[in-house]
Design a protein. Structure first.
Ligand SMILES: [Zn+2]
Ligand SMILES: [Zn+2]
Length: 429
């Protein structure tokens, strides 16, 4: 491809991925699409079972949900050979650069969508343009369709006609299941021994034309499912013979939200889902509570989750219930390295569009995140081995915030984003 063709392909790639929105761990069509595009660029992507530690996957949907998504991907034209290679797992890893040289930079691009029904209102641009999600109840409302596009655009620019070869290698990680911080842990091995790591997220409140190269305060987060089990009984004739799982779960919900906040930094507790019981006149024998804790340091996160477990166990004991706690996702806290963020910002200020204008109207080095992203898993792994990591935000103005059915992105920010990522690769590798 020529660079001009790469630029023209960006909205096409983004819209195709957007239309095939797939929730975490079901990104079969997206995985095949990414791998096929990379192969078309002359690269050798590895995918699914070939790249991830399947045992470390957290928050997996039920096997029948994943199998149905895989069949749907095949019906929608995903390459059969690629589907066979990925097995029951999603995700792609690819390297660009000479095979006998070390990998000096790893970049993370997440590719999952959300369990959310996309807006069909005529003012919603993807709906009007005919590329809204064709999958009921799933949509790209966090911009990960843009992240996939940035990764493909970067690979295409590095491989473009007449482009100089890299002296060392870069590794692109197309990660499944970022939502719920579930996916990075099973791909952690791909940053072992890599000295530089960069992740980029679109939007996050920053307007188009802005690039922030080093977010700070990525919060540690633990997602958990607590299943309360009791004893069913007739609610009129013999309620004393029952053990009410619903009451235990409700008490736990109140107790969790009543946990004291820490004075030493930002932290959160939230229960987003409570399901239990079968009928009005039956003592409920099962109730499921889905919650999360977040904290700005790993120590605080550990303490907070330990207290949450005490509340869950205490509520279960109060009503004579069993309580099983399953981890559904987990990531550490992380900060971008200031020196790396400053370097990334200097390179960003030098990036020019074809017309000679600066690619970004404003380049900042730091902003507080106030949320979680499991890119933090990669960041900490790289930092703990002496490397440097950064989490960048590529501004994108839009009609609604993230995780809103009306979320949309500004496609014009994709090309400057790709140019900056290419420049980072050419400086470091
Ligand atoms: Zn999100
Ligand atoms: Zn996101």
């Amino acid at each position: 491809m020529t660079r001009k063709e790469v630029r023209a392909a960006l909205p096409r790639w983004r819209r195709a991925v957007h239309a095939h929105a797939e929730e975490g761990w079901t990104e079969f069509w997206t995985t095949a699409c990414v791998a096929q595009t990379l192969q078309g660029l002359g690269l050798t992507p590895r995918l699914g079972r070939e790249v991830l530690d399947a045992g470390a996957r957290m928050g997996l949907p039920a096997p029948d949900v994943r199998a149905a998504a895989r069949r749907r991907a095949a019906a929608e034209g995903a390459d059969a050979t690629l589907l066979a290679r990925m097995g029951d797992a999603t995700g792609v890893v690819v390297e660009v650069g000479p095979v006998d040289q070390p990998v000096v930079l790893a970049l993370r691009f997440d590719m999952d969508a959300l369990p959310l029904q996309e807006s069909r209102e005529p003012e919603h641009v993807p709906a009007a343009g005919g590329y809204a999600s064709r999958h009921a109840g799933q949509c790209h409302a966090c911009g990960h369709d843009a992240h996939v596009t940035l990764g493909l655009g970067l690979a295409a620019c590095l491989q473009a006609e007449g482009a100089p070869a890299l002296r060392q290698r870069v590794r692109l990680i197309f990660q499944p299941a970022e939502e719920g911080v579930r996916g990075a842990a099973c791909l952690r091995a791909h940053v072992t021994g890599v000295p530089w790591f960069l992740a980029v997220h679109l939007g996050l409140g920053q307007p188009s034309g802005t690039l922030i190269t080093g977010a700070t305060g990525l919060m540690a987060s633990t997602k958990f499912d607590a299943l309360f089990t009791g004893q069913a009984a007739h609610a009129g004739k013999a309620p004393e013979q029952g053990r009410d799982a619903l009451k235990g779960a409700a008490a736990a919900l109140m107790g969790l939200h009543d946990l004291p906040r820490y004075g030493s930094g930002e932290n959160r507790v939230h229960v987003g889902c409570l399901r239990g019981g079968t009928a009005r006149n039956v003592v409920a024998d099962r109730a499921l509570l889905q919650g999360e804790t977040r904290a700005v340091t790993c120590d605080m996160a550990e303490d907070l989750f330990a207290r949450a477990r005490e509340v869950l166990a205490g509520a279960a004991a109060m009503y004579g219930l069993g309580c099983r706690i399953d981890l559904a996702g987990q990531c550490p806290a992380a900060d971008s390295d200031a020196a790396f963020a400053a370097q990334l910002a200097r390179w960003a200020r030098e990036v020019r569009l074809e017309n000679g204008c600066a690619a970004f109207a404003r380049v900042g080095e730091r902003v507080s995140m106030g949320a979680s992203d499991d890119a933090a898993t990669f960041m900490r792994a790289v930092q703990q081995q002496g490397g440097q990591a950064a989490y960048a935000i590529l501004g994108s103005s839009g009609p609604a915030g993230h995780h809103d059915p009306r979320f949309d992105l500004d496609e014009s920010v994709l090309w400057p984003g790709v140019l900056w990522l290419e420049s980072v690769c050419r400086h470091l590798a």
